[in-house]
Write a protein that binds this ligand. Structure first.
Ligand SMILES: C[S@@+](CC[C@H](N)C(=O)[O-])C[C@H]1O[C@@H](n2cnc3c(N)ncnc32)[C@H](O)[C@@H]1O
Length: 271
């Protein structure tokens, strides 16, 4: 190992970048390795505005959580939650109402390790390691079952997640399994990369990610991303460029027009 291993779970190969740690680096976090930073550099070469894009994604996360709280939700299931950074779901939610409960789910060990450390002392938030493609495992996890009451509305957060799941894994079928477990009045929030705007830049970035991290990425079209909300009623303004989803202030919009539409974002309500 070439770097401080104290926060590194055993058994991870730090020479292979992980999307969670690359994302952490792009957000200005410290839980990443040289391999992650090298890949982030390549992505920035292909997509110079990428730091703005990930910042806008976090701004959307905040707006979506607060919108759900205003709508009566007090419990959240954040799948593909990533390495904790500023403005984590439990911080946003519990600031609004200390009773809010949050479960973080990620398949990346570093993300889960750091989430668990951050949540020590908070008995209303927990992190588990699991794959979104195993809904039975996620929904049946003892920590999930003890933290969340599935007879009441849940805010399901899937930000920058589904573009890692290929069509062959049946994202719509997986989403249906989660939806079926949720009470009416629950919400789903999604952000997702798309080739609909400036596809060449993104194509290059996706290629770099695949080559270096062995992680495939599958940007989708407006139509395909809208279809992920099957069974939900989209709340206004529907599926839109991330910055156009109920922006609350200048920080929610980039001066770079391309960054504003690089991701699609939407929130749906289960009737
Ligand atoms: C780009 S980060 C997004 C983090 C956070 N949702 C956000 O938007 O700020 C994507 C996260 O999804 C996780 N992820 C990717 N594939 C996953 C899977 N199949 N199951 C669970 N998590 C996954 C990665 O480990 C990473 O932490």
């Amino acid at each position: 190992m070439t770097e401080n291993p104290t926060w590194t779970p055993a058994g991870i190969d730090i020479t292979v970048p992980s999307v969670a740690r690359v994302y952490d680096f792009l957000l200005g976090g410290a839980h990443n390795f040289e391999s992650d930073r090298a890949l982030a550099g390549k992505i920035e070469q292909s997509m110079p505005g990428v730091r703005d894009v990930v910042r806008l994604n976090r701004s959307f996360l905040r707006r979506a959580v607060l919108f759900m709280i205003e709508s009566g939700v007090r419990q959240f299931l954040d799948i593909g939650s990533g390495i904790p950074t500023v403005g984590n779901v439990h911080e946003i939610a519990q600031q609004a109402d200390p009773e809010c409960r949050v479960v973080y789910v990620d398949k990346e060990p570093v993300a889960v390790r750091h989430s668990t450390a951050l949540l020590a002392g908070d008995d209303r938030a927990v992190a588990i390691q699991a794959d979104v493609c195993s809904p039975r495992e996620v929904l049946g996890d003892p920590a999930v079952l003890s933290m969340l009451d599935f007879d009441r509305p849940v805010g399901l957060l899937n930000l920058l997640l589904w573009h890692f799941i290929p069509d062959e894994a049946d994202p719509q079928g997986l989403l249906a399994a989660y939806r079926n477990a949720l009470a009416p009045g629950s919400f789903l929030a999604i952000t997702h990369t798309t080739y609909d705007s400036e596809p060449d830049e993104l194509q290059e970035a996706v290629h770099e990610v695949r080559q270096r991290s062995r992680q495939q990425a599958f940007p989708r079209s407006y139509r395909e991303i809208t279809a992920l909300f099957d069974g939900y009623q989209l709340v206004e303004p529907g599926v839109v460029g991330c910055a156009a989803w109920r922006p609350g202030g200048p920080g929610d919009i980039s001066e770079d027009p391309a960054a504003n539409v690089r991701l699609y974002a939407g929130v749906g309500r289960k009737p």
